[in-house]
Design a protein. Structure first.
Length: 501
């Protein structure tokens, strides 16, 4: 099938920037990355009609896209900022590619940056964002956690992702300590990839023992994760890329080195973790990945390079499961080194992953797949890229019907209990005080005997005894306001073989 080149989306330019010395604002770092991209394809600057900036956690102001466009001298009529979520970079690429393929898109600059390190040293840089009317926000901007989860002190990704890990540990029949060893084996190869990336924050190979062994530099944050298994936010990193049609790229003299966007798809899991029937699997990612690969008319076995979103090991494990991969896949699971070792610049990591994927494909050929997620394994965006044009053109995978099926599986929840009620722990973690090393709290998601799901924390008098304990499968009594639980019957040895809602 011959496809009109006007409707074939390509990534024609990428740029990345990092700063370890002089403090820099997120906007200045974003500008560096964008200029690096535009330097690759100088003829594209006058053709960019949309500037899409990935949501900046701190210091971006309310109109970062407008500010960036002014700094770069771009006349783009559309200037927008994404909703919060690490899926945003890939979602923005999918959206731009879909518009191009339907004849309604010109050229889009996708850019983002975080300067957490700099803003800690020079907080005044947060006010550098240029004043302007706020950019419109695009994407799904629902909050990531419910009031029920927040009441159980589940506020940070570093405390929620370990809940998913507790389910995976129980299914594998491992204690938290045993599971930590297995996770270290999974994540150590990521550090080897980071060594060779010029913008990686930690360019140092780590052994599994170094990742797994707790010490004063690698404390256990929340079971079973040590500090070196957590996304590292305190970085100064920016990335940008330009998406357009092959026809526009040719007109601009930027077609050489263009990487084609073959397919993409987006889907969500049941929105709030407490409502998910299976806390150890991502049906949303499975749907998005299948749809993206089908749209690209390929399979995961035919993909040469992979970058799986890796904020925490459970995200990697669930992606491996969703894609039908094996943990020892010879292709590896990252092209950057992942968020704990390359760096986790807020919502913008996957812009770096896509940029690096483009660079790798230019040199190595073949196809690449990028997965990106937002919130708590909640929002998923997947993209398939290749150096050869897609025979049938770009397609955005259809996920509407599958999304309806996923949403329909949400469990009823109990926010308030009129009387104590028994239930079974579905997921749990142990959060340690970073100053004292003592147990700070033990949150759990519990399925009550009436079928409702709830979130609660362990009674204070039980905290010390729960250090290092995975409570999945334990029988508990839940009561109080906010909800608390006490253990009535310890979990079965190794955890149950299957956990369902």
């Amino acid at each position: 099938m011959i496809v009109d080149p006007e409707l074939v989306p390509v990534v024609v330019a990428v740029g990345q920037a990092s700063e370890r010395g002089t403090p820099v604002s997120p906007l200045a770092l974003m500008e560096r990355a964008a200029r690096a991209a535009l330097d690759e394809a100088p003829g594209m600057a006058s053709r960019i009609d949309r500037v899409s900036v990935v949501s900046v956690i701190n210091g971006g102001g309310s109109a970062p896209a407008s500010a960036l466009a002014r700094r770069l001298g771009l006349r783009a009529g559309v200037r927008e900022t994404s909703a919060i979520g690490g899926n945003s970079p890939q979602w923005l690429v999918n959206r731009a590619a879909g518009a191009i393929a339907s004849g309604h898109g010109g050229a889009t600059l996708v850019a983002g940056a975080e300067a957490v390190r700099s803003l800690r040293e020079a907080p005044e840089l947060a006010s550098e964002a240029e004043p302007a009317a706020a950019d419109p926000v695009v994407g799904d901007d629902r909050p990531g956690l419910s009031a029920l989860e927040l009441s159980a002190r589940l506020m940070l990704p570093a405390h929620v992702y370990p809940l998913f890990e507790s389910v995976l540990a129980a299914r594998a029949g491992r204690s938290f300590e045993e599971h930590r060893r297995a996770l270290a084996e999974l994540m150590a190869p990521f550090t080897d990839v980071a060594v060779s990336h010029p913008h990686a924050w930690f360019r140092r190979s780590r052994t599994p023992d170094e990742l797994a062994d707790p010490d004063h530099d690698n404390r256990v944050v929340a079971e079973p994760y040590t500090k070196l298994m957590n996304a590292f936010l305190s970085v100064d990193q920016g990335a940008a890329l330009v998406v357009t049609s092959l026809a526009v790229a040719r007109e601009a003299g930027a077609a050489e080195g263009a990487v084609y966007v073959h397919g993409g798809a987006d889907a969500n899991d049941v929105w709030f973790p407490v409502e998910r029937p299976d806390l150890g699997r991502s049906e949303g990612l499975a749907v998005a990945a299948r749809a993206a690969l089908d749209a690209a008319r390929t399979t995961v076995d035919d993909v040469d390079l992979l970058d799986l979103y890796s904020c925490f090991p459970s995200a990697v494990e669930m992606a491996i499961d969703a894609l039908g991969l094996e943990p020892d896949d010879a292709r590896g699971f990252t092209v950057t080194g992942g968020l704990p070792y390359f760096g986790g610049p807020g919502n913008n990591y996957s812009t770096h992953a896509i940029a690096t994927m483009v660079e790798r494909l230019r040199h190595e050929g073949g196809r690449g797949l990028v997965t990106a997620l937002g919130w708590f394994v909640t929002k998923h965006s997947v993209g398939v890229y290749g150096v050869a044009p897609p025979e049938a053109g770009f397609r955005l995978g259809e996920t509407t019907h599958a999304q309806g099926r996923i949403d329909a599986t949400a469990l009823p929840v109990a926010e308030i209990l009129d009387a104590p009620m028994e239930g079974t722990v579905e997921a749990s973690t142990v959060i340690y005080d970073k100053r004292t090393g003592e147990v700070g709290s033990v949150p759990a998601l519990v399925t009550l005997d009436d079928g409702r799901r709830t979130a609660a924390v362990a009674e204070k008098n039980e905290l010390e005894a729960l250090a290092g304990v995975n409570l999945v499968g334990a029988r508990v009594v839940v009561e109080g306001t906010p909800l608390r639980f006490r253990v009535e019957k310890p979990p079965p040895s190794g955890g149950p073989e299957r956990i369902t809602g």
